[in-house]
Design a protein around this ligand. Sequence first.
Ligand SMILES: Nc1ncnc2c1ncn2[C@@H]1O[C@H](COP(=O)(O)OP(=O)(O)OP(=O)(O)O)[C@@H](O)[C@H]1O
Length: 254
Amino acid sequence: MAGNKPIVLQTEALTKNFGALQVTRSVSLNLPHGCRHALIGPNGAGKTTLINLITGQLKPDSGRILLGGEDITNAPVAARVRKGLTRTFQINTLFPDLTPLESVTLAVCERENVAGQFWRGLSSQQAAIDEAFDILEKLRLADVATRNTRTLAYGRQRLLEIALALATKPKVLLLDEPAAGVPKDESSMLFDVISSLPEDMSILFIEHDMDIVFRFASRIVVLVAGGVLVEDTPDGVRTDERVREVYLGQAHNG
Ligand SMILES: Nc1ncnc2c1ncn2[C@@H]1O[C@H](COP(=O)(O)OP(=O)(O)OP(=O)(O)O)[C@@H](O)[C@H]1O
């Protein structure tokens, strides 16, 4: 438990080396139900690697990952998604020639295991279409639901990536720099939408913009050289001398 909230996702002493390079050093994290946690750290600290380990894109050398108390350390990526663990990527992974409604409907069908039947007739997939539209509405994408994805502003394309992740009905959502490449004035709107996602969903996001991190995170995990330096509230992190030295000082200077 964390406070009175049950822990949904847990890593225990997760470790990963790339050859001689220790990229993840005994990382133990707890994500409580409904959390909004940020994962920060200098370039190369191992943030994306940690997400890749949690989601199964990479296998740890040692340590364990528990989802709802179940050991998923060796579960394939797709099995983790079915159990409610979903991520987005730093880079755009969308189908540019589909509309948002088509993409999200396909993702809903995929979850329901009826994707193969999708093209047989849209009318038979009304429930999936309705669900997809609901998701797009939640992400403020309803007005562009039937436009070609390639014509959308980049910030809205990033929201569509989150919409696709939501179609898997995640309990835990991992967002790897959801605002990467998005102009500053749009990134705040994007995080407004993220913070309005269902309260029972646990969210861990990687973000470099400290204004955004301090505004939207309820807790912050600071990763340095593959290990957790500090995990604390935004106020605790802001005033932590070690963080100022290794991360914030560096960011402010450059
Ligand atoms: N597949 C790989 N093989 C070898 N080294 C890798 C591999 N993936 C990442 N690395 C190295 O591991 C370290 C951590 O990389 P990672 O991408 O996890 O850091 P990060 O904190 O996400 O960085 P950034 O903020 O720049 O995205 C870096 O030194 C990187 O070069």
